[in-house]
Design a protein around this ligand. Structure first.
Ligand code: 13P
Ligand code: SF4
Length: 299
């Protein structure tokens, strides 16, 4: 039997749902029940009736699904697909920042470990960060771990004081204003859409800044037939699928997150066949991290 047929068969017999981030390889996006950004996937993980969630993404995404659905079995197709930015901040960093800024609320980007979420007050994603920073009652916000997203929010919410941690996404942080200048000279007049994990100078030079799903929405509704994309290249698959009449240029040719490319269709099949690799978290971590995620979902 073909791999895809067997995956679909196992999905039914296990009552499983497959979630995929937009950065996953095309063949994995194609067999997923939902392809989305971090926010959509975390909401879907909460709302699904399935007994098993197979999360094709990186570790923090599987952990978020487990926190929101502690009684479900959450699987990831490979071990060790992590997010280097998420690993840059630890609970010890947060305790230290709280001591230094006792009146500040700790807002944590969803790209973080369950332990860090458990030490935080509220989570956010790149699609809701600005709205949440405005909505929380505190005037001081400790933002971890992404200094670039943090700086972007700081500019959008000038009425509040931000304490930014020094983490960054090695993939998006690599982009420079020189890359923007080169793309502008190669593709004159085309709109440039970037993710807020890029350095703030790159965001400032772009025509649109947004999460992966916001970039997709902008591209789809834009009157332009050609656009320049400044985020991980996996998004091209959905951009092309949704806009067969449009042409997309990547801001740089090496916009690739290696961790997002680790899983194969065989790994997905093996995950459902052998019910591996299970995301396990202790109850205390789940309870505390859930309160940060729920505060995000309910604000
Ligand atoms: P989105 O929430 O925009 O999908 O981004 C997740 C991510 O890891 C970006 O690098
Ligand atoms: Fe983490 Fe960057 Fe990869 Fe997103 S693209 S998962 S932030 S390393």
């Amino acid at each position: 039997m073909q791999t895809v047929d067997r995956i679909n068969e196992l999905k039914k017999s296990r009552n499983a749902i497959i979630l995929s981030h937009y950065y996953q390889p095309p063949e994995i996006q194609d067999i997923a029940d939902l392809v989305g950004d971090s926010f959509e996937l975390s909401k879907r993980a909460r709302d699904t009736e399935a007994d098993v969630i197979l999360f094709c993404g990186v570790c923090f995404m599987g952990e978020s699904a487990k926190i929101l659905s502690p009684y479900k079995t959450v699987l990831m197709p490979v071990l060790g697909a992590g997010c280097p930015m998420a690993d840059m901040v630890t609970p010890a960093h947060i305790h230290q920042l709280r001591r230094e800024h006792p009146n500040a609320i700790v807002m944590t980007y969803i790209n973080s470990s369950a332990d860090v979420k458990a030490t935080s007050d509220i989570c956010c994603t790149s699609s809701n960060a600005v709205r949440l920073a405005k909505a929380v009652p505190n005037n001081e916000i400790i933002f971890v771990p992404d200094r670039n997203l943090g700086a972007y929010i700081e500019k959008a919410v000038p009425e509040k004081k931000f304490i930014l941690f020094s983490g960054y996404c090695p993939v998006h942080n690599n982009i420079s204003v020189d890359d923007v200048a080169l793309a502008r000279s190669k593709c004159p007049g085309l709109p440039l859409l970037v993710h807020p994990e890029c350095p703030v100078a790159v965001s400032d030079a772009a025509d649109f800044v947004g999460s992966t799903s916001q970039i997709l929405e902008y591209a789809h509704t834009s009157k332009h037939k050609e656009l320049v994309i400044g985020t991980e290249s996996g998004i091209l698959h959905m951009l092309k699928k949704q806009n067969p009449d449009k042409k997309f240029h990547m801001l740089t040719n090496d916009f690739i997150c290696p961790d997002m490319k680790k899983a194969t269709l065989d790994d997905v099949l093996n995950a459902l066949e052998h019910m591996r690799y299970r995301v396990e978290l202790d109850n205390e971590t789940i309870e505390k991290a859930l309160s940060s995620l729920n505060r995000m979902l309910n604000t």
